[in-house]
Design a protein around this ligand. Structure first.
Ligand code: FAD
Length: 573
């Protein structure tokens, strides 16, 4: 008996009772579902069954009774069909060879095929030919063993668009246990797949970035359990020979910085650039790390948090530790070098003072003799032999004093040529002069070239060159007495040289003296104390050694502008 739908209702609901019938074939009269049209038929059926005409075969009465359902049963058999028909999942029923006998409304919507077009056709009508053969083999192996199969296939809609179908096939057996039909249910999971691929890609990207970061990164929950870490963390774990770095970092922060990072995170607070040290086995000296922590709030992933919007979520700590051991050691080394240099300077000054004292004492002897000889010469009491003897003694005492002075002369240690970044040197010298500049109320305008080629040069000599020039500018500003004292330092890359400008708005240098200031022992300052007049002469010498030039800018009228060009620019590979 046909209901006029894609599948016989009786077969769809009472399959087990019909074991000798072949699977229903799709027929031309199978059409769209019209639920309301059945209602009068149902009441007519009820009336028929109340008093079936005599001679009606009992099987027919039985079948019709099943169809009409039991008024006492709130779930009439018809309901099962309606449930399938109206289900939002694409459902089809096929024969044992996957020929479609029935397809529901959702199937039509999802595949784009009208059910008339697919009835009698094989389910392979949906195949895009992109699903590997092995999947179909596995599918068929499973369902032929009378077991349900669930998997994902690439399907093609009627309009040619592919989609990912999550399909469950369930065999429907007859009373004898033979496969009679297959029930197929599928839904479009393309969006889920795209999202999961995007999520995987995002995760891979994050992991790549984290692993490439030259910083220890670790994400913790409030109990200190590691949720995520990166390669640098694992490397530290190896360096610590398996001792958990987190425990060490945490206790170092507690002991050296006085706080527990996890407690901070639990309170929603972070911290930045806290320097700590930990001992690493076999490593000479401690390892210094600069730690920063960020409190991160992660949304609650438990089921209880599903419906709660704006939930407090779980507090996490993102801990970053940057290895600054190299920088620390560099600072310590620079500190030691500075100390050593100061001691050497003190020793040198002490030695010079002693030598000068001895020489001035030794010079007293010839001076006294010269005074005595000149007195005798004035009085006319001396004679040539006596004078000759005194001159001999004066010469000898003078030479002794000279030898003492020569011996005290510090030997010049030749400095090796290295790659020099002029901006860096100037910055160092400026840093050294900061106190003096502040004390004199000088505004410094520092304009370094953003990119400057390196020079091959002598760092110390270049440093003392810049120091001479800045000291001169300072002295000029001081003696000029202007209220708005300004010092401008600028660097610039020329074709094959580096230019340095040291400019002050002091009294300037008269045009007649622009060359003379470079002569040794020339002193133009009002306050000559402590000045030997050698600064610019030495500056000239240092510049010459670096294939450069130094000049007082003749066109600058608002003070003094010294222009230095330094050659020896290193050729780039
Ligand atoms: P086919 O030659 O049809 O099959 C490929 C391989 O599958 C064969 O080499 C063989 O190993 C196996 N195979 C096919 N038919 C049988 C059979 N009768 N008995 C034993 N092994 C067999 N496919 C889709 O692509 N999309 C769907 O949405 C889809 N839904 C299905 C729903 C149901 C209820 C059933 C039973 C099958 C469904 N199939 C679906 C599978 C479909 O019937 C085809 O097997 C598949 O599409 C491959 O088709 P084909 O023409 O490329 O190759």
């Amino acid at each position: 008996m046909s209901t006029g739908k894609g599948i016989d209702t009786q077969q769809a609901t009472h399959l087990a009772a019909d074991d000798d019938q072949p699977p229903a074939e799709a027929s031309a009269d199978t059409g769209g579902f019209k639920p309301d049209a059945e209602l009068p038929a149902a009441s007519a059926l009820g009336a028929f069954l109340e008093a079936p005409p005599s001679g009606t075969p009992p099987e027919v009465v039985e079948a019709l009774t099943l169809m009409a359902g039991d008024p006492a049963d709130p779930l009439p058999p018809r309901l099962y069909f309606e449930t399938v028909e109206q289900s939002p999942v694409a459902i089809s029923v096929t024969d044992a060879k996957a020929n479609i006998l029935y397809a529901n409304a959702a199937f039509e919507v999802l595949t784009g095929y009208d059910r008339h077009e697919v009835l009698g056709k094989n389910q392979s009508i949906l195949s895009s030919n992109a699903t590997p053969e092995s999947i179909y083999q596995q599918l068929w192996r499973t369902i032929q063993r009378k077991r349900p199969w669930t998997g994902v296939l690439i399907n093609r809609r009627k309009d040619g668009e592919d989609y990912l179908a999550e399909l469950t096939i369930s065999p429907v057996l007859d009373a004898a246990g033979r496969i009679r039909y297959f029930l197929g249910m599928h839904r479009d999971v393309t969006r889920e797949h795209e999202l999961s691929v995007a999520l995987r890609q995002q995760k891979t990207r994050i992991e790549t970035v984290l692993d490439a970061a030259p910083v220890v990164v670790v994400l913790l929950d409030t109990d200190g359990r590691i949720i995520l870490d990166n390669q640098e963390y694992k490397k530290l774990l190896g360096d610590l020979r398996g001792r958990e770095p987190l425990a060490l970092l945490r206790s170092a922060l507690q002991q050296q910085a006085g706080f527990d990072p996890l407690e901070r995170a639990a309170a929603g607070e972070g911290f930045r650039d806290v320097e700590i040290s930990i001992e690493v086995p076999g490593n000479a000296g401690p390892r210094w790390l600069s730690c920063s922590g960020t409190a991160v709030n992660e949304s609650d992933s438990s089921l209880s948090g599903y419906f709660i919007r704006g939930d407090a979520g779980d507090q996490r700590l993102l801990l970053l530790a940057n290895d600054i051991t190299g920088r620390r050691r560099e600072i310590e080394r620079a500190h030691l070098e500075n100390l050593r240099a100061r001691l050497a300077e003190q020793q040198l000054a002490q030695g010079m003072r002693e030598a000068l004292t001895a020489a001035s004492y030794q010079l007293q002897v010839p001076l006294n003799m010269i005074r005595a000889a000149s007195g005798m010469f004035k009085d006319g009491t001396g004679n040539p032999a006596l004078f000759a003897d005194m001159l001999g003694q004066i010469t000898q005492a003078g030479e002794t004093a000279l030898a003492t002075l020569h011996a005290a002369m510090p030997t010049q240690v030749p400095e090796a040529g290295v790659n020099v970044n002029v901006n860096e040197l100037l910055r160092h010298v400026l840093a050294l002069e900061t106190d003096n500049l502040l004390a004199a109320g000088i505004v410094v305008d520092w304009q370094p070239a953003l990119v400057l080629p390196e020079l091959s040069g002598h760092k110390n000599e270049l440093r003392s060159l810049f120091k001479h020039l800045i000291d001169n500018a300072l002295q000029a500003l001081y003696e000029g007495g202007g209220s708005q004292r300004a010092l401008r330092l600028a660097t610039r890359a020329l074709d094959d040289a580096v230019e340095v400008i040291v400019e002050d708005n002091g009294p300037g240098i008269p045009s007649g003296l622009r060359l003379k200031v470079f002569e040794p022992f020339h002193i133009g300052w009002r306050n000559r104390r402590g000045r030997a007049g050698m600064g610019l002469a030495l500056a000239q010498e240092i510049v010459n050694q670096h294939d450069g030039a130094i000049e007082i800018d003749p066109d600058y009228r608002d003070g003094c502008r010294v222009r230095v060009t330094l050659g020896n620019v290193r050729a780039r590979d």
